[in-house]
Design a protein. Structure first.
Length: 298
């Protein structure tokens, strides 16, 4: 199970990157009234967002090589687009990175054509969603029914929502104030974390209220430590507590007219703590996920 850390890193980083892209891009596509939303005092912030998204996707791709016995064969990964969801997954990841890079280039060059910016951002978001869809389909195999259940897409989607909204809100809080789009990301992040707690308690395949009952198989029995589940729920609960503290104390900063402003350290540290706790919970949950199907000989 622990040997699968490259896949744990790849899936979490990839889903987080897409979550940030959706949390940042979709509101602008829907609510942005002019191209000037991307220019002026906020230009640097959006470029930072796009840089973080591109960096997370690139890091995810790089770490995935540690899972390969023959890394050089990865050059042929796109050779089976017609039949392999792995090839499609990598294709959509690269396509998402390309659209994000193109978006950054347009903003950097000062191109303010409204329809062009929205089209490129829409294509980036659509490609990111297809990347997630391909990732889900890759694990929903008829021969591995424990991964073929709805637990897999819901688990991946919750990681995308939780980490994406949390980190997006953290960047706004640290650099521009949390209400740039006049909607509160922390509300969505809190709901996502709360829903994930309930989902794990009910649907965890080994320890939830509705466990998975496997058929007879020659595969070795699962030996997934229950401590990982306890740790996941504990981290999620603590992260949710910090989010509720942030909302209860009303620590939202006002929107700044400057790209960088002096944020209060208290809210930023509380928010950062919530991100770290939820990230730890997602890592524990992903190790549990890969532990559902141990390799022969483990």
């Amino acid at each position: 199970m622990l040997k699968e850390w490259p896949l744990v890193a790849f899936t979490i980083l990839g889903q987080t990157a897409v979550g940030i892209l959706l949390a940042m891009g979709l509101p602008w596509i829907v609510m942005g009234t002019s191209a000037s939303t991307w220019t002026g005092s906020t230009t640097g912030i959006f470029l930072a967002f796009l840089g973080i998204i591109f960096g997370l996707l690139a890091l995810a791709a790089g770490l995935s090589f540690f899972h390969l016995h023959h890394p050089f064969r990865a050059l042929r990964v796109l050779a089976n687009l017609g039949t392999s969801w792995l090839s499609r997954e990598i294709l959509f990841e690269l396509t998402t990175m390309a659209f994000v890079l193109l978006m950054a280039g347009l903003i950097w060059a000062g191109i303010e054509t409204r329809w062009l910016l929205k089209t490129v951002m829409g294509m980036a978001c659509a490609s990111g969603l297809m990347f997630l869809f391909s990732m889900v389909r890759l694990y929903r195999l008829p021969t591995l029914p424990v991964w073929g259940r709805l637990f897999t897409p819901f688990s991946f989607a919750l990681t995308t929502l939780s980490m994406g909204t949390l980190i997006t809100a953290l960047i706004w809080r640290a650099f521009a104030g949390p209400r740039l789009f006049a909607y509160e990301l922390l509300d969505y992040a809190s709901l996502a974390v709360l829903f994930e707690i309930g989902f794990v308690l009910i649907r965890d395949p080994l320890h939830g209220l509705r466990i998975f009952r496997p058929v007879r198989s020659l595969r070795p029995p699962e030996r997934v430590p229950r401590g990982l589940l306890i740790g996941r729920l504990t981290f999620l609960g603590l992260g949710l507590f910090l989010l509720l503290v942030l909302q209860k104390l009303g620590l939202d900063a006002a929107i700044s007219d400057q790209w960088l402003f002096e944020p209060e350290p208290g809210p930023v540290l509380l928010h950062l703590g919530a991100v770290v706790l939820v990230l730890a919970a997602e890592a524990a949950g992903r190790f549990l996920f890969y532990g559902l199907v141990p390799r022969p000989g483990d």
